[in-house]
Design a protein around this ligand. Structure first.
Ligand SMILES: Nc1ncnc2c1ncn2[C@@H]1O[C@H](COP(=O)(O)OP(=O)(O)OP(=O)(O)O)[C@@H](O)[C@H]1O
Ligand SMILES: O=P(O)(O)OC[C@H]1O[C@H](OP(=O)(O)OP(=O)(O)O)[C@H](O)[C@@H]1O
Length: 215
């Protein structure tokens, strides 16, 4: 049995065409079913639905053999013990620093001021500001980061940006591009040794179906 960990929403939706390329069809719609283990047309392949932030943990501890997870989640998790063979080029966005228009971020940085930054991505933020030599107080949040500067709790945020609509709707502007983000295939190292052939088949099919491989 091969167990694949996915999160509901964009990761599940954008992984479906890759699964199709591997001849795998998920037999139930996660938006309609309350099941957490979904069968596929291949009796030896199943999908488990977990929180996006839990995908690396499931794969690390063998709850799943393989998984699809954002680079953001992977960097926060640390990626310990995970084989990362492929950037799938799906769920693309970027990590950015954003601030209210009224906050002169460039000036604060120039003057070496200490700034308060709210984010779900504390590892990425800490490393980014450390490399820039910026003094930051980080406030860990689990969602709705945009609210922090609007309520006066933080000077800026570190969050994911795709269309920029969320920032715009909350009167925030992007002031730094930290890194491009896409989703990665992650594999449990022990599973790769024990189930080499079926896992390799999936990696190869996904590789063929990703834009990078086609280019
Ligand atoms: N607006 C976006 N556009 C494109 N990709 C995105 C966007 N937001 C997030 N992503 C990517 O998709 C992944 C999954 O995001 P999703 O919104 O499904 O989960 P989440 O709500 O961040 O996680 P959790 O449920 O664990 O809090 C993220 O880790 C990121 O890599
Ligand atoms: O630049 P945008 O296109 O507005 O996307 C950015 C938003 O997407 C993510 O959130 P979430 O996954 O909750 O948002 P979504 O699923 O509604 O895009 C992220 O945390 C931002 O809030």
């Amino acid at each position: 049995m091969i167990t694949l960990a996915l999160s509901k929403g964009r990761i599940f939706d954008e992984t479906l065409p890759l699964l199709a390329a591997a001849g795998i069809e998920v037999l139930e719609d996660p938006e309609k079913s309350r099941k957490l283990i979904l069968p596929t047309n291949q009796p030896h392949v199943r999908v488990v639905l977990v929180r996006a932030t839990d995908v690396p943990t499931y794969v690390e501890y063998g709850g799943a053999d393989i998984g699809v997870t954002g680079k953001d989640v992977l960097l926060e998790h640390g990626g310990a013990g995970l084989y990362q063979p492929l950037d799938l080029q799906i769920a693309k966005c970027h990590m950015a620093v954003a601030a209210p228009t009224g906050f002169d971020y460039a000036r604060a940085i120039r003057q070496g001021s200490r700034i308060t930054v709210a984010t779900k991505y504390t590892h990425i933020a800490r490393q980014f500001f450390a490399e820039k030599g910026v003094h930051v107080d980080l406030i860990k949040l689990y969602g709705s980061m945009e609210l922090a500067p609007l309520t006066g709790m933080a000077d800026a945020i570190v969050d994911l940006v795709s269309t920029g609509k969320t920032l715009k709707a909350n009167d925030l502007v992007e002031v730094e591009h930290i890194m491009d983000i896409s989703s990665q295939l992650v594999v449990n190292q022990a599973a790769l040794k024990l189930k080499t052939a079926p896992i390799r088949r999936i990696i190869d099919a996904f590789t063929q179906a990703t834009p990078a491989a086609a280019a």
